[in-house]
Write a protein that binds this ligand. Sequence first.
Ligand code: SDX
Length: 393
Amino acid sequence: DAGIFTYDPGFTSTASCDSTITFIDGDKGQLQHRGYPIDQLAEKSHFLEVCYLLLYGELPSAARLEDFEALVTRHTMVHEQIIYFFRGFRRDAHPMAIMVGVVGAMSAFYHDSTDVTDPRQREVACIRLLAKMPTIAAMAFKYTVGQPFQYPLNELDYASNFLRMCFAVPTEEYVVNPILSRAMDRIFTLHADHEQNASTSTVRLASSSGANPFASIAAGIVCLWGPAHGGANQAALEMLKEIGTPERIPEFIERAKDKDDPFRLVGFGHRVYKNFDPRAKVLKQSADEVLELLGIEHNPTLQVAKELEKQALADPYFIEKKLFPNVDFYSGIILEAMGFPTSMFTPIFAVSRTVGWVSQWKEMTADPQNKIGRPRQLYRGETQRDYVDIENR
Ligand code: SDX
């Protein structure tokens, strides 16, 4: 039954909850949000429309979408005092460390949307988190590069606003590049939600105790940071750069197969997909488009990535283990081409996944059967024994 944990060494077939938001068929490499295939949403929809779908269960009418986008846009500024919160961090702090701290502290600034039993406060918390996460991520980036914070502009769409808050400087006009905005929007859409991944399960577990939404989402950010999860996009690009040239690929593939070597091919493999991650297919196409636009289609990192993918997919080990490129394999290449440092890759993943965390938080905390998560264990320690006084040890 939902919520009943059974011990499974592979932890692959344990159902932790029931949900109506996202469906994954790992063997077929399928991902659907409220029944809509991810490749159709990536091609035909855009991030805020997908946010509406995840939050409310249906694609919106034109009028509803306009109202929703206006509502989110008008919540993109953060409380002015949050700026002073940033000043407490060292300049070389990782942007994820800043995001964990600032988002966790949001309940101190927005305490009129922390009561999870009040329907209006719940709705306001969802909109505030969705609207302010890009602003907070952009501020974390600006703080670490020593540039002034940029306020959001209401006439820009979500992705363009984020790019402008990251790259605009007061000394010159920032011109929005529609191709880069489209690629940014597509990256947001492809990372929006992914069933019960580790960070979403963390948000569900944290919020099951009744913790406020800002604290619960901060717990998700903490979990996403790990290199086996959302931190993989940063680690994947760093790995591709370490490989450096296509000639060195066989050496790294052999290392990935060596059980005594802790090295893993980052960006490959998945807890659920035993086929191509459908998001990786779309991102591979976006990488080609963005790099061609920027005139760097011969980007050495992309060349290594494409050759590595080709060799790994033909390798008997990877075929036997069903290891395919995942969402993190190509996203870093696009983000680097846009001008982001690797330290910003996971914060961008967090911006995107906020709508997934918030939608799943909303679904779980609205469930009258929602009980505090309390996984059990298989105890493998000592059997009962009596205390031994220190002089007898
Ligand atoms: C994300 O859950 C989600 O939905 C996450 C995510 C999301 O949207 O939220 O999709 C985002 O986190 C994607 C994953 C990003 N992580 C990486 O790219 C890091 C590199 N990948 C691996 O660390 C690994 O693939 C995991 C952690 C993702 C999954 O590890 P598992 O559960 O061990 O994978 P598996 O069971 O399919 O592995 C089968 C075998 C194992 O060998 P055996 O124990 O059977 O001998 O393949 C091996 C693994 O050791 N293996 C790898 C490998 N990934 C798995 N060997 C070399 N390189 C790899 N990348």
